[in-house]
Design a protein around this ligand. Structure first.
Ligand code: ADP
Length: 494
């Protein structure tokens, strides 16, 4: 991916009037702008006042309106300049400010003048949307993070870390800013005076919070592995094959293997789709990021797409990772349809599809969907995902495994006394989640009766009190299964 400096250079040369740099790290951003600006003078306004490199204005406590009036009074001063605006988002609802910025944007081309708004808040006023291009600060590379950690240790007279741990820590910090990394190192050092493996849990927790704050991605803790999934053998062995590539991507690439893009897992609710997304991340030994499509939809023009790009950039920065897109059909259901909401979905879908098509990072996408019928056909075409799997209701052998897994989880010693085959016979049409439910209810029943262990009858009682997924959704399940069979998606089970 191109660096911020390269992009800024291209955008300045192309005469784009307003660049919106979305970041908290203002000083770093200004340094990059200064490098790219070369001989061009910078002018800068922030809530503290206005200053200009050309020496005409050293530092004046002007407000934004006064500053803009000053510049508009003699537009020749704008020639070859770059105006940096900080804290300006507070004024994006003021018509007098918007009008002046719009006018400046319109004459920018003639004066070789550009504006850069640096803001931690992604709010673009509708009136200026046409003139604005959004950019992000580069994330630190692994080498830069390692340098940062070394510099931190030196600065705090703490011994440098051994190279293995340094590398591990650096991978853990991917996707965080310099400031965030230093803060976390500060916490790690202050609790017991050393940075070591005992700090990894704290680091995970901090990173989780920081990613959460970004508002769109959520870092999901890894608990479930492949061993927690009953059945779905074909999907599991497919994932295991991808893991071999993930583990040694350099060798795989040299051999001519393509970088894994991702998988779409579609099918019945409660049958292990999410479970597979989680298990994939654990298997690959990488973080799991869940993309919250609901939160991605913003209220400002272009905000949803900007959020989508932000999520993609962050996921790539954190990569290798698994990017889990849950309930895909909800996000892209309106694609191609009419109306404002559908327009947003269509544009978002375009951004997502292009990324998926061109992606060469190790952000492995696991998309899950309950109803593929609602998904736009472009998404299902070959080459978008590496594979599309269909997850159906578990068959007898699978139900047996699912029962064993859930009984073992809650009552490990009771499994041998339970007639699982009998339970399997009684649960045709049950989903994995239904089975988990009857085991949970059975255990509760046994406890409530004051029994010392769980037996088959407790679970049968729970089964008798449960309506299975296939009973509840009979008609729609038949229709959905037919679509999967007709489209010949790979069955996750065999
Ligand atoms: P969905 O397909 O709707 O994403 P989940 O993967 O979230 O369903 O499944 C819900 C719960 O049901 C899981 O947390 C798990 O406890 C249980 N479950 C579903 N399928 C299986 C399975 N194949 N093996 C073991 N447990 C399962």
């Amino acid at each position: 991916m191109e660096s911020l400096a390269t992009k800024l250079d291209i955008y300045f040369k192309a005469g784009l009037p307003i660049l919106f740099l979305h970041t908290f790290e203002e000083t770093k951003a200004i340094n990059v702008i200064r490098t790219v600006a070369g001989q061009r003078d910078l002018m800068e306004w922030s809530a503290l006042g206005f200053r200009s490199d050309d020496g005409n204005v050293e530092f004046e406590e002007f407000d934004l309106l006064t500053t803009l009036n000053l510049l508009l009074a003699d537009t020749d001063v704008l020639k070859n300049k770059i105006l940096i605006l900080r804290d300006a988002h507070y004024y994006f609802k003021v018509p007098e400010i918007i009008a002046r910025l719009k006018y400046l944007a319109q004459i920018a081309g003639k004066k070789n003048f550009n504006m850069v708004v640096i803001s931690p808040v992604m709010e673009i006023p509708k009136e200026l949307n046409y003139f604005i291009s959004v950019l992000y600060l580069d994330f630190l590379s692994i080498d830069e993070i390692q340098d940062l950690i070394n510099a931190f240790c030196d600065e705090h007279n703490s011994p440098r870390l051994d190279s293995g741990f340094l590398q591990e820590l650096a991978v853990n910090f991917k996707g965080l800013s310099e400031y965030e990394i230093k803060s976390i190192l500060g916490i790690a050092l202050s609790d017991d005076g050393v940075i070591d493996k005992s700090d990894l849990d704290m680091i995970f927790g901090q990173k989780q919070q920081l990613i959460q704050k970004s508002g769109i991605l959520e870092m999901v803790p890894l608990k479930e592995g492949l061993e927690d999934i009953g059945g779905l053998e074909s999907l599991k062995s497919w994932l295991q094959r991808k893991q071999k590539i993930f583990k040694d991507i350099r060798k795989a690439k040299q051999f001519g293997v393509g970088i894994p893009k991702g998988v779409l897992i579609a099918g019945m609710p409660g049958c292990g789709k999410s479970l597979n997304a989680k298990a994939a991340a654990k298997l690959f030994g990488v973080p799991l990021l869940r993309l919250d499509m609901g939160r991605l939809m913003g209220k400002y023009v272009g905000e949803s797409e900007a959020n989508m790009r932000k999520a993609i950039v962050l996921a790539e920065a954190i990569s290798p990772c698994v990017l889990w897109i849950d309930e895909l059909e909800k996000s892209f259901a309106g694609v191609g349809g009419e109306g404002a909401g559908n327009d947003i979905s269509t544009r978002l879908f375009g951004t997502f599809l292009t990324w998926l098509q061109e992606k060469d990072s190790l952000a492995f996408v696991v998309a899950t969907a309950n109803n593929i019928v609602k998904l736009p056909p472009e998404l299902l075409r070959k080459g978008r995902f590496d594979e599309i799997f269909y997850v159906g209701l578990p068959n007898e052998a699978e139900r047996k495994k699912i029962f064993s897994i859930h009984i073992k989880k809650r009552r490990p010693n009771d499994l041998k006394n339970i007639n699982v085959d009998k339970l399997v016979k009684l649960t045709k049409g049950y989903s994995g989640a239904d089975i988990e439910g009857v085991v949970r209810d059975g255990v509760e029943e046994a406890f409530a009766k004051g029994k010392s262990c769980l037996d088959t009858e407790d679970i049968i009682l729970a089964i008798n009190n449960t309506h299975s997924l296939s009973e509840i959704m009979k008609d729609s399940l038949d229709a959905i299964s037919k679509v999967y069979h007709d489209r010949k998606f790979k069955n996750a089970s065999v």
